[in-house]
Design a protein around this ligand. Structure first.
Ligand SMILES: Cc1cc2nc3c(=O)[nH]c(=O)nc-3n(C[C@H](O)[C@H](O)[C@H](O)COP(=O)(O)OP(=O)(O)OC[C@H]3O[C@@H](n4cnc5c(N)ncnc54)[C@H](O)[C@@H]3O)c2cc1C
Length: 391
């Protein structure tokens, strides 16, 4: 019997596949869509997820193509209110985040997975049943219905997860939804090693190195927003960006408008089926935590499966996955919701209080480090050694 079927070949499914295949479990990934290049989603891998990438042999190829982000700057009406350094982090050799587009991250993970003997098929999961011995999935592959049976199923099939629906698991909203516009743009004049959040009473803009060529620019979409064009992004950058370094938009590589939600699945597990990544939780991209959280879910779940397979540990060990990750996701969401709220403040008194708070964090070494540990997800998920399971 195959050990694991993974529905989804995004960063979550591929990371789980790499951990499992490299440790000798038989694993098959099915994906509904082939990845499309040209338009990217996540653009930063934080230090905690870089540790996972290192554990599966993916960090060197990623570092070779990504750009190192060593600082996170916060600006209020163009003036600096904090410049937080990843170099202050303790207990990690990754004192940088990596700016790399999601489709490149997926390409690296796919080649690591295939090199470890993993198999990927273009197939859609459309049904499942399970008992205490096995789970059976119904798949549609090249227009034909097939069946797969194995020990466990991972639902890493994204925000509109079929696996989640088939298991009857619902999502709870934990914060207000927001609309965003993003662009990957070639911009001159910006620092290569800093991601920044630029807040003004008229709205904000997030700026970050996206890969070695382009920057990610993002802002909250309002009904009166102009069409996406180099000129409109330039005007917003001039109005909202850091005063000390004027960015010049040279080219828009791609743009996208989308609705983001903050929501968490009621359960991450049902019997032999487990949810991970966007199928278990979705969050707005401010703070860049969505993909990173999925990578850490994948690592936590796959390690529990490896341990269960090797040591015959009871299924309860695996069931602990949901509690562990729901707790971590609750904290990550709280940071992401707080971040979105900080960027949306409009009254003078709220803005003055926020700016004082950020300056205070910046100048206090413990708070400074704590801020970076939260963004890096090092605070919610201790770095694991081989075989280590937390609960
Ligand atoms: C515009 C945009 C910008 C973003 N920016 C950021 C950012 O800056 N930082 C960040 O961390 N996150 C960001 N995110 C979020 C990030 O992209 C997601 O968190 C991440 O893609 C989740 O990965 P995943 O593998 O869980 O799911 P996905 O990447 O959605 O992958 C789902 C996979 O499941 C497959 N699938 C779907 N249904 C089925 C089925 N029935 N059967 C089989 N396979 C199926 C799909 O083909 C795909 O392979 C952004 C998202 C968007 C939309």
């Amino acid at each position: 019997m195959t050990d694991v079927l993974i529905a989804g070949a995004g960063p979550t499914g591929l990371t789980a596949g790499c951990v499992l295949a490299r440790r000798g479990l038989s694993v098959r990934i099915v994906r509904k869509h082939r990845p499309f290049t040209g338009h990217s989603r996540a653009s930063v891998i934080w230090p905690r997820a870089l540790h996972v990438m290192e554990s599966i042999g993916a960090v060197d190829p990623l570092v070779a193509i990504g750009s190192r982000v060593t600082k996170v700057g916060y600006y209020s009406s163009g003036e600096s209110i904090g410049r937080f350094e990843l170099g202050r982090l303790r207990n990690t050799r990754f004192t940088f985040a990596l700016g790399v587009s999601q489709h490149e991250t997926e390409a690296v993970l796919e080649s690591v997975f295939r090199a470890a003997g993993g198999e990927i098929a273009d197939a859609e999961i459309v049904g499942l049943e399970q008992d205490d011995r096995q789970v059976t999935a119904r798949l549609v592959e090249l227009g034909r219905e097939t069946r797969w049976s194995g020990r466990w199923l991972v639902g890493a099939d994204g925000a509109n997860s079929t696996v989640r629906d088939l298991l009857g698991i619902t999502m709870d909203d934990v914060g207000p939804g927001v609309s965003f516009r993003i662009a990957d743009a070639v911009v001159g004049g910006l620092p290569e090693d800093e991601a920044s959040y630029c807040w003004t009473p008229g709205g904000g803009m997030a700026i970050g190195p996206h890969d070695r060529r382009a920057y990610r620019l993002a802002y909250r979409l309002t009904p009166d927003a102009p069409d996406a064009s180099p000129d409109s992004f330039q005007r917003l950058l001039d109005a909202r960006g850091p005063k000390r370094s004027r960015g010049v938009v040279r080219e828009l590589v791609s743009t996208a408008d989308f609705q983001a939600r903050f929501a968490v699945a009621r359960n991450f597990s049902a019997g032999r089926c487990h949810l991970a990544g966007d199928s278990a939780h979705v969050m707005a991209p401010a703070g860049g935590q969505g993909m990173n959280s999925g990578i850490l879910d994948a690592d936590a779940l796959a390690r529990r499966m490896v341990e269960s397979r090797r040591n015959g540990a009871s299924e309860n060990r695996l069931a602990g996955y949901g509690a562990e990750r729901r707790d971590a996701i609750g904290k990550i969401m709280a940071t992401a919701v707080e971040h979105a709220r900080d960027g949306g403040l409009r009254s003078d008194s709220d803005i003055a209080a926020r700016d004082r708070r950020y300056r205070g964090m910046w100048n206090d070494s413990a708070l400074h480090r704590d801020r970076m540990a939260r963004l890096s997800q090092l605070d919610v998920d201790p770095i694991r050694t081989e075989g280590a399971i937390t609960a």
